[in-house]
Design a protein around this ligand. Sequence first.
Ligand SMILES: [Fe+2]
Ligand SMILES: [Fe+2]
Length: 190
Amino acid sequence: MKNQKPTDILKKDHKVISDIIKILEACANSLEEGGKCDLDILNGSMNLIKNFTHKYHRRTEESVLFKIAEKKAAPWGARNISSMLREHEEGAEQVRRVADLLRESVSGGISSKKSKKAVIKNIYAYSFLLGSHLMQEEKILYPMIESLLASQERKNIMKSFERLNQEMMEVGDKERYVNLIKEYKKRLNI
Ligand SMILES: [Fe+2]
Ligand SMILES: [Fe+2]
């Protein structure tokens, strides 16, 4: 798309990420109310979070955009970036915890009451963290970075994004993820 900014691409990723979080939240709500959540949906959503959010989107931010912000907007940029990086790590840790608990799950459900509680707690914590993280990036960090970019730098970032996309995603991966999200939302009625 002509005149598309680098952060427009990241904001589109955020929509996908928010949708995955909605699915995880719906699962946590159902588990908390004593119901079930299909393990297939939980595991599938966790894979989406790992592959799309923590491998692809996170790497795009950290290895391209944040690097530029650190250079161009020190010390304000550096301070903000370090808090964003901390949140990336914190989120990844919460995701690891849920994934570990799900690995222990048995057919038909999560292995124990304690594990179920821990899954719910970590999903809620992750959703809370990411909700505020995505908002801070969109409202504060991205506009600040965009305001510092010359048009050639913007073009270079777009090229780096494209290169990373080719390196980290197979052709059709994004479409497959989006279709899977649609399917899960339909199954959960959300
Ligand atoms: Fe981020
Ligand atoms: Fe982001």
